[in-house]
Design a protein around this ligand. Structure first.
Ligand code: ZN
Length: 410
């Protein structure tokens, strides 16, 4: 990365130093910064990102299309010196700072989109949507001129494209999950199928985190293993679903602009997210996340439940798996209802009735819920306490077998 001019070594003291995060991909290790503390201090630009519908209207009435993909996305955007020093991060080999926009900063998507729109602002028929750039014209001659302009502008701005993803002068192209042609703009069947697969994909590959789309150069949004799993085209589908989800849009707005000071002032649809509001953030791909988990839009819930219940796992196993990777407010109840309704499970349970394991929801904080029991070992009685949140174990020697230990008042 140093050779590529992505980062540079730094000796002088800096105001900010972030931690380094190493992401292990099959081909090589990737280094990112842990952006969370920095993100808290960043004032987001609130730059409006065009809805894909608006982009599509500009393409209507055209017959020739091209598609360009900006290589390495954010890394093409150089940082000003002052900003660059803020991205300083520490490694075992010393401190480095980014010379270009790193992945994971919460203002990166807006800044990148703004830069792309500024670069091509003189040409309304060149439409960037993050790293995807669509060109459309009425005829081939116009299109050649437009393509020449686009490439000239790109050369001047030092913007590089990914040759393997280019679609040049076609009568139809795929763009933002749609097939665009003279006659119509329709959802790409591959993408629609993919849409149904994204969560399945996330869950099924969850056992080997940090799997990358080999073709895509985009590192994931840094800190979450699950976020590293889905490949970039799939992110776009989950992004679209999140954008179309009314509740998640209200929540996303709070995440971006800040939550009201009191729960009573929160839009009723977003209230179920109030308790975990501090853990919510939008990934670089604009997908809502809670910690390491994906927040599942309404549209994807059914498929997620199916995936969680593959091999007809029991309620407890489903919930355990779900808690690691996904979240929505009524998730536990939905899993219970789904598994209880499963006809295959019901059929097999009748002949094999077992006392069900009583399962509790995970407490909000350590030591909120504690289990305790006595145990006797070699004639000595101990009190054993287990914290439900952390599974931390506390053992107290009981003098004379009574519960009069002074340490246990709490
Ligand atoms: Zn079942």
């Amino acid at each position: 990365m140093e050779e590529q001019g992505i980062i540079v070594r730094i000796e002088e003291p800096t105001e900010w130093v972030s931690n380094m995060v190493v992401v292990d991909s099959p081909k090589k290790l990737r280094i990112c910064i842990d952006p969370r503390p920095l993100n808290e201090a960043i004032r987001r630009p609130h730059y409006p990102i065009s809805a894909s519908e608006r982009l599509f209207t500009n393409l209507q009435g055209c017959t020739v299309f091209s598609f360009l993909d900006a290589k390495n996305g954010f890394w093409q955007l150089p940082l000003e010196d002052a900003s660059s020093y803020l991205t300083t991060f520490t490694t075992p080999w010393g401190r480095y700072r980014f010379l270009v926009l790193p992945f994971g900063l919460n203002n990166a998507p807006e800044e990148f989109q703004r830069a792309m729109e500024e670069i091509f602002e003189a040409e309304p028929q060149i439409q960037p949507y993050f790293d995807d750039i669509a060109l459309s014209s009425k005829n081939l001659q116009e299109h050649c001129d437009l393509l020449r302009k686009a490439l000239t502008i790109a050369r001047k701005e030092n913007l590089k494209f990914n040759p393997s993803k280019m679609q040049i002068a076609k009568s139809s192209i795929t763009y933002l999950g749609h097939i665009i042609s003279e006659e119509e703009i329709k959802p790409d069947p591959v993408k629609v199928q993919g849409k149904q697969l994204i969560v399945a994909d996330t869950l099924s590959r969850a056992t080997c985190p940090y799997v990358f789309d080999e073709e895509s150069q985009s590192p994931p949004s840094v800190h979450a293993s699950v976020l590293a799993i889905a490949t970039s085209p799939r992110w776009k589908q989950l992004t679209e679903m999140t954008l179309q989800d009314r509740v998640l849009q209200v929540v996303s707005r709070y995440v971006t602009t800040g939550w009201p000071s009191e729960r009573s002032k929160v839009d009723p649809v977003a209230k179920p997210f109030w308790h975990c509001r501090d853990e919510l953030y939008l990934s670089e791909e604009r997908v809502l996340c809670r910690g390491n988990r994906l927040v599942i839009p309404e549209e994807a819930k059914k498929e997620t439940l199916e995936q969680l219940h593959t091999a007809h796992r029991g309620i407890v196993a489903c919930k355990t798996k779900a808690r690691e990777y996904v979240y929505w407010p009524s998730m536990n109840q939905d899993i219970e209802a789904y598994v209880e309704r499963c006809s295959i499970c019901q059929k097999h349970q009748r002949s094999n009735t077992q006392e069900p394991l009583v399962e509790r929801d995970l407490p909000q904080r350590p030591w909120q819920v504690v289990a305790g029991d006595f145990l006797t070992l070699k004639g000595t009685t101990y009190l054993l306490l287990i914290d439900y949140f952390s599974k931390y174990i506390e053992v107290q020697h009981m003098h004379g077998g009574s519960a009069s230990c002074p340490d246990l008042r709490s």
